[in-house]
Design a protein around this ligand. Structure first.
Ligand code: RTP
Ligand code: MG
Length: 156
């Protein structure tokens, strides 16, 4: 077959503070592995306000932004680089809709349906496009020219 780099793709997953404090880390990681993703790199980190403001910059003008910043800095998160074919779309499909209360109705087996609490405290993040995945992975991790991921840039 062709070079494996043409068949695999990477995306950024985060287990958010409510997911970590709610003890969902192990079950979410099991779900990830059960669905054929490799966890290429992972790290527990504590985000500060500047990190979150930059990471979620696209939402800076939204009314929920201050609350989102407070939420994402409220405790440690687990950041992971996931790899498989179609990783970006497949991880978004696995986590389900943004609002866990809606997810419970429309996607009851999704991660957010099972582990999410409400529209904000929804347990997990997933990159929403290839461009976002590339930006978000480089936000947290260094990647060598050959594509190998090294330790996170934001390591506390
Ligand atoms: P994410 O970026 O975290 O994977 O979530 P998403 O694409 O499904 O949703 P997005 O629109 O990007 O929103 C980012 C995060 O902001 C919080 N949120 N709060 N209170 C609200 O109205 C509201 N809307 C969004 C959620 O934590 C959401 O995941
Ligand atoms: Mg998003």
């Amino acid at each position: 077959s062709a070079d494996s780099s043409t068949e695999t793709e990477r995306t950024l997953a985060i287990i958010k503070p409510d997911g970590v404090s709610g003890n969902h880390t192990n079950s979410v990681k099991e779900t990830i592995l059960d669905h054929g993703f490799k966890i290429k790199e992972e790290s527990f980190i504590q985000l500060d306000e500047d990190h979150v403001k930059s990471f979620y910059a696209e939402h800076s003008s939204r009314s929920f932004f201050p609350s989102l910043v407070e939420y994402m800095t409220s405790g440690p998160v687990l950041i992971m680089v996931l790899e498989k074919g179609n990783a970006v779309a497949d991880w978004r499909a696995l986590i389900g809709p943004t609002d866990p209360l809606k997810a419970k109705v429309t996607h009851p087996h999704s991660v957010r349906a099972i582990c999410g609490l409400n529209l904000q405290n929804n347990c997990v993040h997933g990159s929403d496009s290839h461009q976002s995945a590339s930006r978000e992975i480089s936000f947290f991790f260094k990647t060598t020219p050959s594509g190998q991921i090294t330790k996170p840039i934001l390591c506390f």
